[in-house]
Design a protein around this ligand. Structure first.
Ligand SMILES: [Zn+2]
Length: 150
């Protein structure tokens, strides 16, 4: 009660509105509080923030890859890599119509499981994920499949 009376008296004495006096006081307090600003940022924190920023804007997070079965483009969270042995190949056999020489489709993909199966299957070769080991002739690649085809 006393303080507000003092403010009222000061307002009357100086002919300055109360809200302006309060803003002035608040500004003076903040000026004292932050007089040692700006400060240099800790190097570790700055480097971590930069690394996080670079990861979040990298093109890898935006990259879309091809599904080997439907040829659709999907971001990596909708795709998974599956070994050819886990695929039920008879389900993917193509229509006899596409086996005609007119289409010139090469059904040999260089994977023993597919080529020896005898099934004519249409795969998108962009959906093949090469294995790192060079000497693994039994499994030269896996298939990248979207969530719909899996
Ligand atoms: Zn698919």
């Amino acid at each position: 009660m006393n303080e507000s009376n003092n403010k009222d008296i000061r307002t009357i004495e100086t002919q300055v509105p109360l809200c302006v006096l309060e803003m002035n006081n608040e500004f003076d307090l903040l000026k004292e509080q932050y007089e040692d600003w700006p400060q240099s940022v800790n190097r570790v924190i700055a480097n971590n923030a930069l690394a996080e920023f670079r990861n979040n804007i990298s093109c890898d997070s935006l990259r879309e890859s091809t599904c080997a079965v439907c040829s659709g483009l999907y971001s990596c969270e909708y795709l998974s890599t599956v070994p050819v042995q886990e695929i039920c190949l008879p389900l993917l056999e193509t229509n006899k119509y596409f086996e005609e020489p007119f289409f010139e489709i090469d059904f040999v993909y260089g994977h023993p499981c597919i080529d020896k199966s005898g099934y004519k299957i249409l795969f998108d070769r962009n959906g093949f994920v090469k294995r790192n080991t060079n000497d693994d002739n039994e499994n030269p690649f896996d298939l990248r499949l979207c969530n719909n085809c899996k």
